[in-house]
Design a protein around this ligand. Sequence first.
Ligand code: FES
Length: 118
Amino acid sequence: MDLTGYVKVGDLGAVSQSQPLVLVHDGYRIAIYYDQNNYYAIEDICPHMGAFISNGYQEGNLVICPWHNWEFELSTGKCVKPVNDSFIKTFPLKRYDNSFWLPNKLSEENEGEFEDWV
Ligand code: FES
């Protein structure tokens, strides 16, 4: 696996279906979730009014904000309830050697990708 430009940010064992891993990397507060043999890294900030998503709930591939119960897909970051154009930022997470890896520079790595995200 090519991990050039990536940095180790945590251990796989720190995440379970009921417990995301929360960390700060490159200026982002990030939550790593597990669902059905996949792991997802999302920004841990609700695009509605800024709640920490990790203080909410997970139901399969959905995470539910603790403040107003908006629901977001882990795989896409898209808000699915209520239906609107909001997204949570998602990050390109890699797994290697029982660890999580993220790009050193999230902003540069994803330049342009978040432009339309609210
Ligand atoms: S702050 Fe998350 S739904 Fe309002």
